[in-house]
Structure formats: C-alpha cells, structure tokens
Design a protein around this ligand. Structure first.
Ligand code: SAM
Ligand code: SF4
Ligand code: SF4
Length: 362
C-alpha cells in the first residue's frame, strides 16, 4: 500500500486528505494512542462456550454472516496497513474461532508484509480455542505469526465439555499448545476464564499444570460482554482472590508491565516456576491505558469491547476510497473516542445491547 500522507490538523471525521506530511500517531480524547488492532475474521465457532455463545441463542436457527459480507484478506490487509500508519504496532487475529477461516495463513502472510512508517514489521498474534492448532501451528509460524494465545478453562474432561459445550477433550487443546510451542509460537499464553462455582476449583490444578512449562497462564475475570451470557457479578472471582489462592499454594511476586496498555497484571513464581497473569477488567479496570481498536468480520471499527455500535469501513473501502480517505476516517473516529466502559460498569450498562464476544473477539 502507499504511504499515507496528509495534514494532522483536521483529522476529524470530515477531514480532507491533503499532501504535506505524514500523519502522527492517532490519539483519543484521553491521550490514548492507537497501538493495537484486533481483527475478528469470523463470527463462527466450533465451540459453544456457555459464557460466550450459549447454545440456546447460537443454535441452528442463528444467522451467522454470509461469506460475501466478510472483509476479504485484501481488505483486511489494507485496513491494517492504514492502521500501521496511524500508530498500530500489534495485530491480533480473533473471532469466533479464527482457525475456522479458510486459508488464514494466507492472511497472516499478507499482514507480515506490512511495515510501520519506520520500516518495522508488525507483531502478529492470534487467539484460538486450540482445537485446530496441532494441525496448523507450523504453517501459521511459517506465514509470519509471532505467538498464540490459547483458551483453556479446565483440565477436567467433563467440566471442559460442559463449559465449551463440545465433545472436545482438554487433551486436544494441550496437544495444540505443545505443537505451537514446538513450532516457535512461544511463549504460548493460556487464557482461563474463571466463573465462580463452575471452574474455580481448577485454578490450582491449572497453575500447577503450567508452572515450569514455559507457557504463561492468565486468569480472566468473567465479563459482561454481549447480552446473551446471563452475566452476574456474583459469578465473578476477582483477580485479587485468584492471586491469593495461588500465592497460598505457590508464592508469587509482582512484575512490572512490559508496555503501556498491557492487559494482564503479571506475577512470577518465587521458585522460578515462570509467570502467571490476571486480567481484571471487572474489579480493576484498565481503560486509562486502553490502546485497542477492533475490526469486525464485516469491517466495522469498534472502540471498546463493550460497545453497542461500530463505524463502517467496508462501505468506504468498497466505494473506491483511497488509503488517505480511509486513514482520515480512522483517525477521525479515534480522535473523538472517550470509551471507558469498565470504569462506569453498573446495572444500567450491563443491560445495554452490547456486541457479542464471538462477533468481535477477545
Ligand atoms: N475462539 C477463540 C478463543 O476462544 O480463544 C477466540 C475468540 S474468544 C471470544 C477470545 C477470548 O475471549 C477467549 O479467551 C475467551 O475465553 C474469552 N471470553 C469469551 N467470553 C468471555 C467472557 N464473558 N468473559 C471473559 N472472557 C471471555
Ligand atoms: Fe468460541 Fe472462543 Fe467464544 Fe468459546 S470463547 S465460544 S471458543 S469464540
Ligand atoms: Fe478498553 Fe473498553 Fe475494556 Fe475499557 S472497557 S479497557 S475502553 S475495551
């Protein structure tokens, strides 16, 4: 793609592309830079995790997006390339289940060709439920993927089947994690959503399983994403409580964040057993450092995981817009962003009709 050149002043929604100097990094109303782009490549999944895609809603009658509505790989790459000109350094492919998107490695190879204004490649990662990972890890790595995050909520067969509402065994996911590490997609991050009374008894077994493994386990507080998962604060175990339980069994010490906008608070086992993290979107919001935009499968740009509305980019792209036009639109959208959902979470916000996690990705 061509290098995007235009005035920084007037980068609002109606900004006109000019031709003077490169656009500086986009900043929102709270001074948060646009640093990460999460790209949801499909709204489909082979699991029906009860906290994400409850089968009562996502059943045989549910209307998933037709393939023609999805952004093509060329269109996704174009948006990502423009985003890189606006400051994005990190891409995360997600979904739905991203490994269900046919030839996803082709998209990764295209994204791997992109460069920042100072000539650096982007960091490309992917979040997956791990079912297809053992088969695909090597081609993903060869295409240019840097690392993977794999979701795993339980080591217990019956509980895993219940939570994912699938016939898949955790052994399949563990196999995928090992294959990813062997392929060089390391360190592998392992995400466990903790739901009180359901899988909190798995906190210690999971910590034990992943200590000294080279993989980094991260516990995620159960969140009120979307409006179908019946979220209730009573089912949230806070990151502090999770850490207390771990510390009582395996002492940990706090680590500094690696970079601004890192979502997980990081800890290390005192005995050298590696690292563990907690993602405390509910109990300790991190909106002040949130540098993430999200692109939906059909090309709408969302500024928050808990948003109710997105901004259509597909229409702009398919109407023949130039890279400059797309950049001006994205910079304008970002410049008026004031999202802070987790800071204002309450009864009223929980009841909003928010986008679903399986549509926009984690
Ligand atoms: N299908 C892939 C997977 O499961 O890894 C990628 C998409 S999934 C929506 C991304 C992440 O969101 C997963 O780690 C999943 O556990 C997490 N997630 C989904 N619903 C959640 C919820 N209600 N609260 C917290 N995390 C959730
Ligand atoms: Fe699918 Fe991931 Fe949602 Fe589970 S969390 S239903 S694997 S998209
Ligand atoms: Fe970012 Fe929205 Fe989450 Fe806050 S609630 S950290 S703004 S995604």
């Amino acid at each position: 793609m061509s290098k995007v050149i235009f005035h920084t002043a007037g980068s609002g929604p109606d900004a006109q592309p000019g031709a003077s100097r490169p656009l500086g990094p986009a900043k929102d109303t709270r001074g948060r830079p646009l640093h990460d782009l999460r790209i949801s490549v499909t709204d489909r999944c082979n699991f029906r995790c009860t906290y994400c895609m409850p089968r009562e809603v996502f059943d045989a009658n549910y209307s998933f997006m037709p393939h023609s509505a999805l952004l093509s790989f060329e269109e996704i790459t174009r948006v990502a390339g423009v985003a890189a000109q606006l400051g994005v350094r990190k891409l995360r492919l997600t979904g739905g289940e991203p490994l269900l998107r046919k030839n996803i490695e082709t998209l990764i190879a295209m994204l791997a060709q992109l460069r920042t204004p100072d000539g650096m490649p982007l960091d490309i990662t992917l979040t997956t439920n791990g079912t297809l990972l053992a088969k695909k890890a090597r081609v993903l790595k060869e295409a240019g993927l840097s690392r993977v995050t794999v979701s795993l909520d339980s080591l217990d067969d019956a509980l895993f089947a219940r939570m994912s509402d699938s016939q898949v065994s955790p052994a399949t996911v563990l196999h995928g994690i090992e294959a990813a590490a062997e392929a060089g997609l390391a360190p592998v991050k392992v995400n466990m959503v903790v739901r009180k009374g359901l899988n909190d008894q798995q906190i210690i077994p999971m910590a034990r399983r992943f200590r000294h493994s080279g993989h980094v386990l991260r516990f995620i507080e159960f969140m009120d994403v979307g409006s179908t998962n019946g979220w209730n604060m009573d089912e949230v175990i806070t990151g502090a409580e999770i850490l207390q339980r771990i510390h009582a069994e395996f002492p940990v010490v706090s680590l500094q964040a690696d970079y601004r906008g890192e979502v997980a608070a990081r800890w290390r086992y005192e005995d050298g057993g590696g690292e563990v993290g907690v993602i405390t979107s509910v109990s300790q919001p991190f909106c002040g450092d949130c540098t993430r935009a999200r692109l939906s499968p059909e090309g709408r740009l969302f500024l928050c995981l808990f948003a109710t509305q997105g901004h259509d980019l597909r229409g702009l792209i398919r109407s023949g817009a130039s890279d400059q036009d797309i950049a001006a639109r994205m910079a304008g959208i970002w410049s008026v962003r004031d999202d802070n959902y987790s800071e204002i979470r309450g009864r009223a916000t929980v009841a909003r009709k928010k986008i679903e996690m399986s549509y926009i990705g984690g």
